[in-house]
Write a protein of this length. Structure first.
Ligand code: KG4
Ligand code: ZN
Length: 360
């Protein structure tokens, strides 16, 4: 069920039932992970319909909705797994980064459950959840690997040598790739959430119709920039008065091709620079079919392999939080320490701190 390395880590643990809670943004995710049996159940409530009419996430509405959804989802995963709440050995929750109010909902429920059940509670870095989620798939990568974290708030390349051992190789200097997808989708009248809608429209478009810039593609480093591309899309869309569906599809396809080109090139450069042959892609944009296909093909041409989480676990979910807690517990790199939340939290920084001052 696990790769040798992951199995090695987790099999050192006594049998543990971990409840994972994710409430960092607009999805309420809950999962139960058993260190002996693997993922037992995961349940998700998406707030897409709630925020759609505003064209983006409204933080206060997000928090209120998490409050309503969280406990019923906990009941749901317990019922589906045929476990009782008293069976839970550890509660893991997303501690940050994310929306402060939304994070506090998950943190408070986790702390409340921990107190009531007299079980430890552990805060997990949201990006670490994404980063380790490809280890939930089959086949799964062994350490070390290069990871592309590509979501609505982050675009980063990391070197991952083990659980808790992360080094930032490069990141966006402005917008995240998901943010560029979302904003361009809005300009195309596609609404929220934009990434999947833009990708759908792009399916019928011609990616060569409009020559959008590939920012920083030849910069020689591993950083990204997407705000200029977003502006180029804005200017192009404005210049196309009353564009019909076909032209809009061409804009979407050309825009998507530009982002995919940059992400693919930088990933291959990171592999080459680090002398690695394993690439892991995580975060919501990792659900993009063109990105998955191009990365898989081009990495294979260089003798490298690409690993993705299962498609449904690319975007935010509770399974990745429970699973990250299991791996951290197994590697003795966990933080059992109350429930502060960190709306802004740098993953590479956090890994460095953990290494220099090991947590309890
Ligand atoms: O990881 P995630 O669920 O939440 C954050 O932590 O940000 O990622 C959400 C982001 C959004 O920007 C969304 O538009 C983008 O992932 N996304 C996609 C696709 N599915 C989700 N972008 C492009 N193509 C997709 N198929
Ligand atoms: Zn995320």
């Amino acid at each position: 069920m696990f790769s040798c390395q992951t199995k090695h880590y987790i099999s050192m643990l006594p049998r543990f039932l971990i409840l994972g809670i994710e409430t960092s943004c607009d999805e309420t995710g809950v999962a139960l992970y058993d260190t002996a049996e693997g993922l037992l159940a995961d349940a998700l409530h998406s707030q897409v319909d709630l925020h759609a009419r505003y064209g983006g996430v409204v933080p206060e509405l997000a928090s209120r909705d998490h409050i309503q959804r969280l406990l019923p989802l906990v009941d749901e995963v317990l019922e589906r797994s045929r476990r009782r709440v008293e069976d839970i050995d550890l509660v893991a929750f997303t501690q940050g980064p994310g929306l402060g109010g939304a994070l506090l909902v998950g943190a408070s429920v986790a702390a409340g459950l921990g107190l009531a059940l007299e079980r430890p509670v552990v805060g997990i870095h949201h990006l670490e959840g994404h980063l380790l989620s490809p280890l939930l798939a089959d086949p799964k990568p062994a350490f070390p690997f290069v990871a592309l974290l590509v979501s609505g708030g982050h675009t980063q390349l990391m070197r991952v040598d083990g659980v808790g051992d992360y080094r930032l190789l490069g990141e966006t200097q402005d917008d995240a790739a998901g943010e560029a997808f979302d904003k361009t989708a809005t300009l195309l009248g596609l609404g929220y959430p934009g990434g999947p809608a833009l990708a759908r429209l792009a399916e019928t478009g011609d990616p060569r119709r409009f020559a959008f810039p590939r920012p920083m593609i030849a910069s020689g480093d591993l950083d990204f920039s997407f705000s200029g591309l977003k502006t180029a899309a804005l200017l192009r869309i404005r210049s196309l008065d009353n564009a019909d569906e076909e032209v809009r599809a061409d804009v979407a396809a050309s825009f998507e091709a530009a982002i995919v080109d940059v992400l693919v090139r930088k990933c291959l450069r990171a592999l080459e620079r680090e002398g690695m042959q394993r690439l892991v892609v995580a975060g919501g944009v990792g659900a993009n079919a063109k990105l998955r296909a191009r990365l898989t093909a081009e990495a294979a041409a260089c003798g490298a392999e690409v690993y993705f989480p299962p498609l449904r676990l690319c975007t935010d979910n509770g399974a990745m939080i429970a699973f990250a807690a299991a791996l951290k517990l197994a590697s003795a790199n966990h933080g059992l320490e109350g429930f502060p939340v960190f709306p802004r939290w740098d993953l590479a920084e956090s890994a460095r701190e953990t290494q220099s001052t090991p947590r309890r």
